[in-house]
Design a protein around this ligand. Structure first.
Ligand code: ADP
Ligand code: ZN
Length: 725
């Protein structure tokens, strides 16, 4: 006898699906894309129903419960998730779980759907009694229907009268799913379509044409800082909405892009268009509501950070990835993926164009546009006909200043203040000082869990690890030599802010970094203060380089420009070029020009020289041979295997064994290492890496598959799902 069976993915490090019997009482309601509760080993867990089919139920356990009334996952989304699980070599159940709003993939039970009564006028002839009843009938009649929460705002304590009116048959009442609406009721800027310049309008036309044809086409909008990329987005989105299609807009971090979100809301939010902004400040309930509203097709525009790439829009007409070069599109833990790359896959699967925008495109994106796989659209001029700023490198090898600021930069700040303009100072290091040092014996203080010095935070009176958040009070005497001269070395943003206060006592100085923006709304308040000219000098980490449009800024200074350049990462040059060009682009956006001073020990490095010229092509041309010769992406493919564990000897031994096994099976794959990770100890674990490099992707995949098969044979534990493997 055949019965209805369900194939289920489990949110655990397991590659295969599991099959269950669908009990008769659930057979009518079970649908692909729902969450189900299943017996699993000796416990129960949550799984995702991926397939229903007929078959023999012999030896199968039944599903226990359906956790959703409607599917949470659409077929299109499942296609994308399957692709991602395969490409990133990650178990499908865990991929699905990380795609869903937090709380939905776990066993914690379901998020409650809230309901509220909604009232409609059914008997227009009825003559209500009493003032309150009449008011209610008028109000509801005028609106068509009204929910209890809205009525409460308009008329105090309406409950008894409403009940009476329903009893009298004047009103009808039904339960409606309630939307927890996360939008702060903040004032929105005035906003209308701008008249596009030629470059902008060519870009809007090209992308709109692809939207109209409903076909996949990747675009790279390469527009210098201040060239008006946002207006291009806004007008293509408008076209998309006219075609009755939906848009997905990815931004690096919602909290850091209040200006972009506000412009989208100001332009599009209206009775007919609903925008969903997905951000980390949402509660579980709010996320759940947004997800369901998107599935029901009630949302036309979704704006969100990287995980919004999984928003279940079904009539997708366009995907935009703003600041596509940003590293934050990459999820670095658990299910590792790059939302920018997934955007291209999703566009292909759902037949819609994908618009990647940046002033400093990711090397890989520009490479693709050179190869012809991506259509490049250029905005070479600033929208306000302003010039790009003048950039000057200050060579610290010629003259090392005593404090963090060179004389040249101090002078420029002075002049900027005298002009009544605003200045931005980038120092990519928060805290007061990167470390404390004993003046007598040279001891510095390290994190007990990580191989890193503890950063001194003066305001909190503590030293703190920026990787694992370990913190302790600063030592008063040296644990080695009992010396009492323990002093902060180097400068972080906190110290810079303090020194500026001493140098420019009259100036209003503010700081923007993770420490000052952790509270809700704090970042936005700082942005408002900058826009309202309540700040003269803003000090900050790379946060200040991102997407802001501060018209009053005419001077940008960069301290510690070398910190990224010295990272052991083949993208170090790219990231330096990008950050410096972006921060330089914050200067002189309104008036044209503007001045940028970059202090560096590497004035000759091409990444800095090209950033100074703000010449992307020149950077690209110099970077290309380096990638080609060494076979680094996008000119080759890499897989980084990281082994970590408590016992450093064991980790090293296992890594050596693995590397030699890999080397014998390698074929056209180069096996590099094992070698210690750049952070050789992190959160108490030793870390060793093996790098696999090849010009052929399939060869890398074959090697991984072999490795997996061998591991499953030798470690059956991994198959049972303990996170050991
Ligand atoms: P980008 O994102 O490319 O750095 P923005 O989109 O922030 O640049 O635009 C920079 C400034 O130029 C904004 O203040 C914007 O309002 C303005 N702007 C953009 N396009 C136009 C246009 N066509 N005409 C006038 N001003 C424009
Ligand atoms: Zn640590």
């Amino acid at each position: 006898m055949t019965e209805l069976l369900a194939d289920v993915a489990v949110s655990a490090p397991l590659k295969q699906l599991y099959t269950y019997l669908v009990p008769e009482e659930l057979a009518k309601t079970a649908q692909v894309g729902m969450r189900v509760r299943i017996p699993f080993g000796r416990r129960t867990t949550v799984g995702f129903l991926l397939k229903l089919r007929q078959g023999s139920s012999e030896g199968l356990k039944p599903l226990k419960e359906l956790l959703d009334a409607q599917p949470l996952l659409t077929p299109q989304l499942l296609d994308l998730l399957r692709w991602a699980a395969d490409y990133y070599y990650h178990p499908l159940g865990q991929v699905i779980r990380s795609a869903l709003p937090a709380g939905l993939g776990s066993d914690k039970g379901t998020v409650k759907i809230l309901h509220e009564p909604v009232y409609q006028l059914v008997n227009k002839q009825a003559s209500p009694r009493g003032e309150k009843q009449r008011q209610l009938v008028d109000l509801i009649g005028a609106h068509g229907e009204l929910g209890l929460s809205q009525l409460r705002d308009l008329i105090p304590a309406p409950h008894a009268s409403l009940k009476r009116l329903v009893e009298l048959g004047v009103l009808s009442c039904r339960e409606k799913e309630l939307q927890r609406d996360p939008f702060l009721s903040e004032p929105l800027p005035e906003d209308t379509n701008l008249t596009l310049n030629d470059e902008q309008s060519a870009a809007v036309q090209a992308v709109s044409a692809a939207v109209g044809e409903k076909k996949f086409q990747p675009f790279l909008l390469h527009g210098v800082t201040g060239s008006g990329k946002t207006e291009v987005y806004l007008q293509t989105v408008a076209f998309c909405l006219q075609q009755d299609l939906q848009c997905l807009v990815l931004v690096p971090e919602i909290a850091l892009t209040p200006q972009l979100v506000a412009r989208f809301r100001a332009r599009f939010e209206s009775p007919g268009v609903r925008l969903a902004v997905l951000h980390s400040g949402l509660s579980e309930g709010e996320r759940y509501d947004a997800w369901r509203a998107i599935i029901r097709g009630e949302v036309q525009i979704v704006i969100g950070a990287r995980s919004a790439i999984f928003a279940p829009l079904q009539k997708l007409g366009l995907i935009i990835v703003d600041e596509e070069h940003e590293a934050s599109y990459k999820q670095g833990e658990g299910f590792r993926y790059n939302a920018r790359d997934l955007a291209l896959v999703r566009g292909q699967q759902q037949n819609c164009p994908v618009l990647l925008g940046s002033a400093t495109p990711a090397f890989a994106s520009y490479y693709r546009s050179e190869q012809g796989g991506v259509t490049r659209l250029a905005l070479d001029r600033r929208a306000h006909a302003g010039q790009l700023p003048q950039v000057e490198l200050i060579d610290l090898t010629e003259q090392t200043p005593e404090g963090p600021l060179s004389n040249r930069l101090i002078e420029a700040l002075q002049q900027c203040l005298e002009r009544g303009d605003q200045a931005l100072l980038l120092l990519n290091r928060r805290g007061f000082a990167p470390f404390l040092l004993c003046r007598d014996c040279g001891t510095s203080f390290h994190c007990p869990n990580c191989e890193i010095t503890l950063t001194f935070h003066q305001q909190q009176r503590e030293v703190r690890c920026h990787y694992c958040d370990y913190a302790e009070p600063p030592a008063e005497k040296c644990p080695k030599c009992d010396g009492l001269q323990i002093e902060p070395e180097g400068a972080g943003t906190e110290r810079l802010e303090e020194e500026l206060g001493e140098l420019f006592p009259g100036a209003r100085i503010a700081r923007m970094d993770r420490d000052t923006t952790s509270r809700k709304g704090a970042h936005q308040r700082l942005v408002q203060k900058m826009l309202g000219r309540e700040v003269d000098i803003l000090v900050g980490t790379q946060m200040i380089a991102k997407g802001h449009d501060f018209p009053g800024v005419t001077l940008v200074g960069v301290l510690g420009a070398d910190s990224i350049l010295n990272l052991p990462d083949f993208r170090a040059a790219e990231r330096s070029f990008s950050l410096l060009t972006q921060v330089a682009g914050r200067a002189g956006r309104a008036c044209g020009g503007g001045q940028v001073l970059i202090q560096t020990f590497n004035a000759d490095h091409y990444a800095l020289a090209c950033a100074a010229e703000q010449d992307y092509q020149a950077f690209y041309q110099q970077e290309l041979p380096f990638r080609q010769e060494l076979g680094y992406p996008p000119c080759g493919h890499l897989i980084n295997l990281v082994l970590s564990g408590n016992n450093s000897g064991q980790v090293k031994g296992a890594a050596e064994q693995l590397a030699s096994r890999l080397a014998t099976a390698a074929g056209p794959v180069e096996v590099l290492g094992p070698s210690p990770c750049p952070l050789a100890r992190l959160r108490g674990k030793s870390r060793v890496q093996i790098l696999l490099k090849s010009s052929e992707r399939p060869a890398l995949r074959r090697l991984l598959a072999q490795l997996d098969a061998a591991r499953c044979r030798s470690q059956p534990i991994a198959q049972r799902g303990e996170p050991g493997g």
